[in-house]
Ligand binder design. Structure first.
Ligand SMILES: Nc1ncnc2c1ncn2[C@@H]1O[C@H](COP(=O)(O)OP(=O)(O)OP(=O)(O)O)[C@@H](O)[C@H]1O
Length: 250
């Protein structure tokens, strides 16, 4: 087990957001966190990365309580890819090397440089290594941010809407890439998403949030027309194409 969340509860000062959230992830599993705008998806990721402190519940990373880890240990074990602006005058190489920050004591070591090169190769970014971030396309930039999270060598990856602003080809490419590295490296990933059909092609498990509570959690069997309609307030049918369910709004 990489991640286990039991009874997680979080409120902003005037607003309860998450209530009794439970799920667990094994090595190699990707969880899609789904729900309407404001359902609490980003808040959940921030609790898992300790940007926010939950008011209740237990989060375990492997055998250890996540809330007890020191921040450097946390940074080595959890890679968080937020929806945020990058420093445009960093090169791709430097942006990925920044992922090694939790390991660097005085200076960058040979190992830090080797891991950076290895991750750039894995994501096929070598040819872009010396480009500045503001000279990249949205898809390329998203790959750089994923590369940086991998350079951290974490057990758990957290992605906040990694495919927003990407075209169809890059949406598919980025989600395939996340799935591939999670499987190959035996990591776990929690990914917030809006596109149900993309989630259905990519995730092993699903967490459907409705007004901060878990409406349904589990494998693909929880993506039913009834559940989707209850969460998104849109009637849908679900057909299968090559064994993959496809959600069609009516
Ligand atoms: N810093 C904050 N202070 C108070 N309330 C907040 C804060 N950040 C978010 N909220 C509120 O908490 C709720 C959950 O927000 P969150 O960003 O987690 O939703 P989300 O599911 O990620 O939404 P979206 O799909 O639009 O990104 C919303 O009602 C939001 O207005």
């Amino acid at each position: 087990m990489i991640l286990s969340v039991q009874g997680l509860k979080f409120s902003y000062p005037s607003r309860p957001v998450l209530e009794n959230v439970n799920f667990a992830l094994e090595k190699g599993e990707c969880l899609a966190v789904l729900g309407t705008n404001g359902a609490g998806k980003s808040t959940l990721l921030k609790c898992l990365n300790r940007i926010l402190k939950p008011q209740g519940g237990i989060i375990c990373l492997g055998e250890e309580a996540l809330l007890q880890l020191n921040l450097n240990a946390l940074a080595r074990r959890v890679g968080y890819v937020a929806q945020k602006q990058e420093n445009p005058r960093n090169t791709v190489f430097d942006a990925v090397l920044l992922g090694r920050k939790p390991y660097i004591q005085w200076d960058v070591t040979k190992k830090d440089l080797e891991i950076t090169v290895q991750v750039l190769q894995l994501l096929e970014l070598e040819d872009l290594a010396l480009r500045y971030l503001d000279e990249l396309s949205g898809g390329e930039l998203q790959k750089v941010v994923i590369a940086r999270a991998l350079a951290q060598e974490p057990d758990l990856l957290l992605f906040d809407e990694p495919t927003s602003n990407l075209d169809l080809r890059n949406q598919v490419e980025v989600t395939r890439l996340i799935k591939k590295v999670v499987k190959e490296r035996g990591l776990a990933a929690v990914v917030t998403m809006h596109d149900l059909n993309l989630a259905l092609r990519f995730a092993d498990k699903y967490l459907l949030l409705k007004k901060g509570a878990v409406f349904a959690a589990g494998g693909v069997e929880v993506i039913t027309p009834e559940n989707v309609e209850s969460v998104y307030a849109v009637p849908v049918v679900i057909n299968k194409y090559q064994e993959i369910p496809v959600v069609i709004p009516l």
